[in-house]
Design a protein around this ligand. Structure first.
Ligand code: MN
Length: 446
């Protein structure tokens, strides 16, 4: 194996402007670079990403593709065990995207592995390409064509992951190996970067800022400046020298010869080399020039994608922010409910109950689910109320209190009695006009 690939790198992370703690962690050491974006209640998110980085540091002992997968496996186990042993950390998980310098067919290559929605990119020939596929609901929707990448960046469910490290005892990992080219620049980042900064801006900074230290700083500051709604973590790794490997790979490609560049199938020697791995096999899905894509095919792979057990949300969502939101929703609904109840109970109207004039509690016609209730029936009948009040009573004469309703009824009764009296008076007057005769008669009677 030619040990001649020279790399330089830098990493940076920032809590952002909204979150109170940083659940991202990164690792940048010779030969292994990792970005992990943790999730989980309490301090679960922070702990999961930290444990994953720690486990990968300790367990990446063989610089091979299998060695890298072993390290990710160890990280999965570490997070899973910690989550199983502490109820406060139950269900915590983390994304992981890793770049490692590994030996493949006696050549030094860069391996990129990922679980979740943290990404690896490569800037090559001035062009930025995404090397990883996000294991997220919105990424599935983009792949199906039901969502545009722009919509995905702001989609409310963009934090739903379809694969996450540490939640289950086993996890499928995507991995790709790439021949290092002098001048290539690799970027590992959490979603706090690419959800805040458009890819063309990311590319412009990677093209324009030569020092990795400065590049990571600028990227992080840009994400924070654009809103910083999430923790943001960036690792940049530059290929300073490829030891002539890229050239030999290119010439091999040119002649169509060489194991590492020719079409590779699942039965190729390269794949056989990778096969004896505990509990799984490798499918060599894609071999494209200087790149080879692997996927560890676990037993449960079949239900990947639609099995609900793989739909794992960033459960950090269920943190105080969500609780606060739910409380707010409850307060708003509770408040509205109480207001409606109050309104329904604090208003009365006088109307008809059949042919009887009656007092009802509640607004006429009710409000939402609350129907008006009959409070009192009066002795007044529909056919005796004054003609000018009939319409008001049919519609319901609304008042603020029971007393006011009773007062209204009392005045109505008064008017009715007055009308009766007037009617009686009328009758009396009529009688009176005839009386003089009578009186006269009477007067004349004695
Ligand atoms: Mn994130």
């Amino acid at each position: 194996m030619a040990n001649s690939t020279a790399l330089r790198w830098a990493g940076a992370t920032d809590v952002g402007r909204v979150r109170s703690n940083n659940e991202d962690h990164y690792l940048a050491r010779s030969g292994l670079w990792v970005v992990a974006d943790g999730m989980g209640g309490h301090r679960g998110g922070e702990i999961a990403s930290e444990l994953a980085c720690e486990a990968m540091t300790n367990d990446f002992t063989q610089p091979t593709v299998v060695g890298l997968l072993d390290a990710i496996d160890a990280a999965n186990t570490a997070v899973h065990n910690a989550g199983s042993n502490d109820p406060d950390l139950s269900g915590m998980g983390t994304t992981v995207v890793a770049l490692a310098l590994v030996d493949e067919d006696n050549e030094e290559v860069l391996a990129v592995a990922n679980v979740g929605d943290s990404r690896a990119y490569r800037l090559t020939g001035g062009e930025l390409e995404q090397l990883t596929e996000d294991h997220s609901l919105v990424a599935d929707m983009v792949r199906e064509g039901s969502l545009s990448p722009e919509e995905a960046a702001t989609h409310p469910q963009r934090n739903i992951l379809t694969r996450v490290l540490g939640v289950y005892d086993e996890i499928p990992v995507d991995i790709v190996t790439i021949t290092p080219h002098h001048g290539d620049r690799y970027l590992l980042c959490s979603d706090g970067l690419f959800n805040e900064v458009p890819e063309d801006r990311i590319a412009a900074i990677l093209r324009g800022v030569p020092e990795p230290d400065d590049a990571v700083e600028e990227l992080v500051q840009l994400a924070v400046g654009n809103g910083g709604r999430d923790n943001v973590t960036v690792v940049v790794v530059d290929v300073v020298s490829d030891g002539g490997q890229a050239e030999s790979a290119s010439s091999a490609l040119g002649t169509g010869a060489g194991d590492s560049t020719g079409p590779t199938t699942a039965s190729s020697p390269a794949t056989d080399d990778l096969a004896p791995f505990s509990g799984g096999a490798y499918i060599d899905a894609d071999d494209d020039g200087d790149r080879r894509r692997y996927r560890r095919d676990s037993d449960e792979d079949d239900d990947l994608g639609d099995g609900p057990r793989h739909k794992v949300g960033h459960s950090r969502r269920v943190t105080w922010r969500v609780v606060l939101f739910l409380l707010l929703v409850l307060a708003v609904f509770g408040g509205a409910f109480a207001t409606i109840q109050w309104y329904a109970n604090s208003t009365y109207y006088v109307g008809f109950d059949g042919d009887d004039v009656a007092i009802f509690k509640g607004p006429p016609g009710g409000v939402l689910w609350i129907d008006p209730t009959l409070q009192e029936t009066t002795r007044l009948q529909r056919d005796e109320v004054p003609a000018d009040t009939v319409d008001a009573l049919v519609a319901g004469k609304q008042v603020a209190s029971l007393e006011e309703a009773e007062e209204y009824v009392r005045r109505l009764e008064e008017r009715v009695f007055q009308a009766r009296e007037e009617a009686d008076q009328q009758a009396t007057t009529t009688t009176t006009t005839t009386r003089p005769t009578t009186t006269t008669t009477r007067a004349a009677a004695p």
